[in-house]
Design a protein around this ligand. Structure first.
Ligand SMILES: Nc1ncnc2c1ncn2[C@@H]1O[C@H](COP(=O)(O)OP(=O)(O)OP(=O)(O)O)[C@@H](O)[C@H]1O
Ligand SMILES: O=P(O)(O)O[C@@H]1[C@H](O)[C@H](O)[C@@H](OP(=O)(O)O)[C@H](OP(=O)(O)O)[C@H]1O
Length: 698
């Protein structure tokens, strides 16, 4: 589609023809954009780091909890309390262990008894010989579970070692492998030393776990398993977080199975060929469908990522009914279906106005609602700046007026909106009813804004940093509009000029358009869109209240409305807008010129400037001189008016108060911007003071 966009500045020769001003502005923009981007990136980076840190901590906590709850102690030791079974000198020793401590289910354990027989001399050791150690495990009910008996002996020690420590540590493996019966777990054991000669000082029971499966891996490959465990938990949590994020940013709720099916049906036309190519003759429809669905879910997934990125970058609904729009794949927006609008868009696709209208792709059903598919006008723009201007001298259809007479329906919401802006706006009767008709509200909106007088009104502006301003309900005067245009474009000449020529092109296209001739354009908007790197363009949107005019009526679009003439005043608005952009261009050019002048002054190279001026073309010189001259005289007369303003001149003290003169409402309403930092204004102020209060001048 022909975008019909006007390219922005081409490297510095704007307005004044002097490359320094635009270059500086461009530099200023670039620096600002880069700074903004850098701040955004730093903030995003910090947030990402925080999220990653939190994720890592959660991962470590989860893995640690898992490890300590899943892994039993590898070695457990317990003191053995024993008693002597005199006179046989059999020494059964009892110990009580809880089943959990005893072992972990499913793993083998190896209980071993370490005795410290306190054989006082070598004689005892030599006489005791081999002896038996027996362990009998019992259950909670006291029933024997299992037993094991092992023989062992003390080492021989020479009688010559009289002074040496005679103690010996004897280690006996009681079970080489013990597997717990989980239905009758052992909770304790009796250990008997079957000897009459061995003397025991103390004994200790050791239980060593023999891990198998995951526990074996976790125990023997501690680092590797930790790395693997942490990595998998981290990955799992990241995926979870990613999907939650996706769901959060554009509500996956709508993209359920039914939508998938609808989507499948919607795209049946384009997928048929695809299906024919992909599937063989023999495959049945059901399997084709299921395979297609699988492909679709992958496509949907990829699109989800794509939308997420796009959505983050630009899309915004500046005006209109909330909830009317959805983002769609492939640079489209879905707008709630309206038969009237769909018919208009269909007709516009074959009209000379087509380059000014978003591409219309038919309709689609999502989640039970129908939508029209429109080209996303913000697609591809980086940090777009947009403005929505509602066109025409009225925003209500004549039917609304008729309805308000014949079948008035009171709207409380509109009454409330009215009161919020101006509590005195409703009549006494309306206050009593706490409601107004839609026509009454829309008419009031038109009269309190610039719609009735200028033929358009600004609905909203979004700047490149995403800040949105919708507070234009009471914007009435040309000065306010020009001011808004200057602030919307940041007084950039190249953007203003691009808009100007786009408006002129639109005017031409409207003259040629059969659609325009035969339609009453009510509530339609012009969407101004630009960014600092790409293009500036203006688009016609919102045809929900655009209806064919009766065949008996020949619409002119540039005459005031009177009941029955069906005129919308679209061209009145367009002409006004074009002239305001023109005015904004002049002001921006003067500002640029003055800025340039100030820079030149500060370097004080008059000769160079003269030389430079000589090289300019005659036309440019004339334009600049005119601009400077008019700026000076304008400044002088404006400041004169301002300073003569009684509220600023203190006759008693003979002092002039210039505080907040820039935002002085009296001056602003007359489109006067007294910028004292500008040389021309300051010169004018000094001159006026010189003439009127000479004693002030030193
Ligand atoms: N094709 C588009 N591409 C990008 N943004 C769009 C597009 N169409 C509309 N918008 C955005 O949505 C906003 C509202 O659009 P539109 O005026 O069509 O909605 P609406 O609900 O019909 O409005 P109204 O309530 O004024 O009739 C616009 O201000 C603009 O920000
Ligand atoms: O801008 P405001 O002050 O919020 O007022 C709305 C605006 O005029 C819309 O254009 C209009 O929708 P239509 O264009 O569809 O008439 C809507 O009427 P509604 O509430 O009946 O939708 C108004 O409430």
């Amino acid at each position: 589609m022909d975008t019909g966009s006007e390219p922005m500045g081409t490297g510095g020769h704007h307005g004044s023809g002097d490359p320094v001003g635009p270059a500086l502005l461009w530099l200023q923009d670039t620096v600002m954009t880069v700074t903004l981007q850098a701040c955004k990136m730093v903030l995003q980076g910090a947030l990402l780091l925080c999220a990653l840190g939190l994720l890592l901590l959660t991962t470590i906590f989860l893995y640690g909890s898992f490890y300590y709850s899943y892994m039993p102690l590898a070695t457990y030791s317990s003191p053995v309390h024993y008693y002597c079974n005199f006179p046989s000198l059999l020494l059964p020793h009892c110990l009580r262990l809880s089943p959990e401590e005893w072992q972990e289910p499913g793993d083998d354990i190896q209980p071993a008894l370490s005795d410290l027989p306190g054989s006082g001399d070598a004689r005892v050791a030599s006489q005791s010989g081999m002896f038996m150690v027996k362990i009998s495990c019992y259950s909670r009910q006291g029933q024997p579970v299992t037993y094991s008996a092992r023989s062992t002996m003390l080492r021989y020690r020479s009688g010559l070692l009289q002074t040496a420590d005679q103690r010996q540590l004897v280690e006996v493996e009681l079970f080489s492998q013990y597997r717990e019966d989980s239905y009758a777990p052992s909770i304790g054991a009796i250990i008997e030393i079957q000897s009459q000669r061995v003397q025991i000082y103390s004994a200790q029971l050791y239980i060593h776990a023999h891990f198998t499966g995951i526990r074996y891996f976790l125990y023997n490959f501690l680092t590797l398993s930790a790395v693997m465990g942490l990595a998998s938990i981290f990955f799992f949590l990241s995926v979870l977080l990613f999907f939650s994020y996706l769901r959060l940013i554009w509500g996956l709720a709508g993209m359920d199975e039914s939508e998938d099916t609808e989507h499948l049906q919607d795209d049946q036309d384009d997928t048929t060929a695809e299906s024919d190519e992909v599937f063989s003759e023999g495959e049945d429809t059901a399997s084709k469908r299921s395979t297609m669905r699988r492909c679709r879910s992958w496509r949907t997934f990829l699109m989800m990522i794509q939308w997420s990125v796009r959505r983050q970058s630009s899309w915004v609904q500046l005006a209109g009914h909330q909830g009317n729009f959805q983002l769609s794949e492939g640079g489209e927006v879905l707008k709630r279906f309206s038969e009237v609008e769909a018919v208009c868009l269909q007709a516009l696709m074959v009209d000379p106005l087509r380059p000014f209208v978003p591409q219309y792709h038919g309709s689609v059903t999502r989640g039970g609602n129908s939508y029209i598919r429109l080209e996303d006008l913000l697609s591809g723009l980086k940090n777009p700046v947009i403005m929505d201007c509602k066109m025409g001298v009225r925003t209500y259809q004549e039917e609304e007026l008729t309805k308000s007479h014949t079948k008035p329906t009171l709207r409380t919401d509109m009454y409330q909106k009215m009161v919020k802006v101006d509590p005195t706006a409703p009549t006494v009767e309306e206050h009593e009813q706490r409601g107004v008709t839609k026509w009454r509200y829309l008419q009031w909106r038109d009269n309190t804004s610039s719609t009735s007088t200028l033929g358009f009104r600004i609905e909203g502006i979004m700047m490149e940093n995403g800040s949105v301003k919708r507070d234009f309900k009471k914007m009435l005067t040309p000065a306010q509009v020009t001011e808004a245009l200057l602030s919307f474009t940041k007084s950039h000449l190249h953007i203003l000029k691009a808009y100007h020529s786009r408006l002129q092109a639109l005017d031409e296209a409207l003259k040629e358009s059969p659609f325009f001739k035969s339609h009453e354009m009510i509530g339609s908007s012009l969407l101004f869109v630009h960014d600092w790197t790409s293009k500036a363009s203006i688009w016609m949107i919102d045809f929900g209240k655009t209806i064919p005019s009766p065949s008996s009526v020949q619409l002119r679009h540039n005459v005031p409305w009177a009941e029955g003439n069906r005129e919308d005043g679209y061209l009145i608005g367009l002409a006004a807008l074009t002239s305001f952009v023109d005015q904004a261009i002049s002001q921006a050019a003067c500002i640029q010129e003055e800025n340039h002048g100030e820079e030149t002054d500060s370097v004080t190279h008059t000769l160079q400037e003269q030389e430079h001026t000589q090289t300019k073309s005659q036309g440019e010189v004339a334009q600049n001189e005119g601009c400077l001259h008019s700026a000076e005289s304008l400044a002088k007369s404006q400041t004169l008016r301002a300073t003569r303003n009684a509220k600023r001149f203190d006759g008693f003290q003979r002092a002039l108060d210039l505080k907040n003169i820039y935002t002085d409402p009296d001056l602003v309403s007359q489109n006067i911007r007294a910028i004292l930092s500008r040389k021309t204004f300051m010169d004018a102020v000094v001159k006026i003071i010189e003439e009127n209060i000479p004693e002030v001048i030193l």
